[in-house]
Design a protein around this ligand. Structure first.
Ligand SMILES: NC(=O)C1=CN([C@@H]2O[C@H](COP(=O)(O)OP(=O)(O)OC[C@H]3O[C@@H](n4cnc5c(N)ncnc54)[C@H](OP(=O)(O)O)[C@@H]3O)[C@@H](O)[C@H]2O)C=CC1
Ligand SMILES: CC(C)(CO)C(=O)C(=O)O
Length: 299
């Protein structure tokens, strides 16, 4: 399968490396330093598994349409990345978002109806240019967006499994995207504001109660929008906190590095969706405001 990874950073490079290893025709589209390192020395994976592969790596999307574009930028970069890639989106090209947050698939739907939603609980971090650390093995769930499953999604799940990823198909991927976003809307800002590990939220009654209230608020919005969950976000919250006890969440890491966070696509989107139907989400608004304040202090 001809695959472009649009936004080859941490998670995109991991997926790209695994798919290259099984002989798929992968092109990584990333930043200059990463692309140069890959072209000079290959793409090295360390951590859960260790291997080096030699995918094609470029800074601009090639014009030939691929079968699949894996969208793996941070959510705030999706609109621009897709705009730059629009000439390569052919009639038969599918776009799969494996990003966190809400709104990425809707951005992709502006260019094609062939859109798959995805969530992944794999962990990856770019150790240095050309080297990605697979920090934790998880599951990837995909499905036609917003719901349904089709032949291409089935084919892709089989390909992911062959590549060494645990993968499943869901009939209601929008439900998974919302469930993950709701969980992130609680863990990420609380961890970022308090500067604590995910496990500390589980062990502190005040923080856990707050996280659970934020999840309830998000669920009320999702329910009003007719979103159905395969797994309830409250259950996902507890499971995620237990499984990622030792993690400093990605929002805290972004703030520590002076980078922009994905808050506008997590709590920000929940606020937007609630406003559209006249609901108030004061907890999400408070967390969003505090993270925006923290972001502006580090600029
Ligand atoms: N890392 C993880 O373990 C997981 C991440 N996710 C989600 O996946 C998404 C990606 O996360 P992650 O991989 O950590 O992010 P990274 O920042 O590591 O990777 C994204 C990369 O895409 C680059 N990029 C952005 N726009 C373009 C463009 N137009 N052309 C080429 N390259 C571009 C970025 O460069 P620059 O920084 O210069 O903009 C960056 O190198 C996020 O939504 C995240 O929440 C989900 C599960 C796990
Ligand atoms: C699951 C969790 C909360 C792990 O830290 C995450 O998705 C993140 O950090 O963004």
């Amino acid at each position: 399968m001809k695959i472009y990874v649009l936004g080859a950073g941490s998670i995109g490079s991991l997926f790209g490396a695994l798919l290259t290893r099984i002989g798929e025709d992968v092109t990584l589209i990333g930043r200059k330093e990463h692309v140069e390192a890959i072209n000079n020395n290959g793409l090295m994976v360390v951590g859960v598994e260790e291997f080096t592969v030699y995918p094609r790596a470029v800074t601009e999307t090639p014009p030939e349409p691929p079968d699949l574009i894996i969208l793996a930028t941070k959510s705030y970069s999706s609109a621009y990345a897709l705009q730059c890639a629009k000439e390569s989106i052919g009639e038969n090209t599918w776009i799969l978002s494996i990003q966190n947050g809400l709104g990425n698939e809707d951005e992709a739907l502006k260019y094609t109806k062939n859109v798959l939603g995805g969530i992944t609980t794999n962990g990856a971090t770019l150790e240095r240019w050309g080297v990605v650390r697979w920090t934790g093995k998880g599951i990837t769930i995909i499905g036609n967006y917003p719901k349904g499953k089709g032949e291409f999604a089935e084919r892709l799940v089989a390909l992911f499994k062959k590549a060494g990823l645990e993968a499943e198909i869901s009939e209601s991927i929008a439900g998974w995207k919302w469930a993950k976003a709701i969980v992130n809307s609680a863990i990420n800002p609380i961890g970022a504001i308090m500067e604590v590990k995910n496990g500390d939220i589980l062990e502190n009654d005040y923080l856990l109660t707050l996280a659970m209230e934020v999840v309830k608020e998000g669920c009320q919005v999702a329910t009003q929008w007719g979103i159905e969950f395969d797994m309830h976000p409250m259950e996902l919250l507890i499971e995620t906190l237990k499984r990622t006890r030792e993690n400093y969440n990605s929002m805290l890491q972004d703030i520590r590095r002076g980078k922009m966070t994905e808050i506008d696509f997590i709590n920000g989107k929940i606020i937007e969706y609630s406003e559209e139907i006249g609901l108030k989400t004061p907890l999400n608004f408070a967390l969003w405001s505090l993270v925006k304040a923290k972001e502006s202090q580090t600029k």
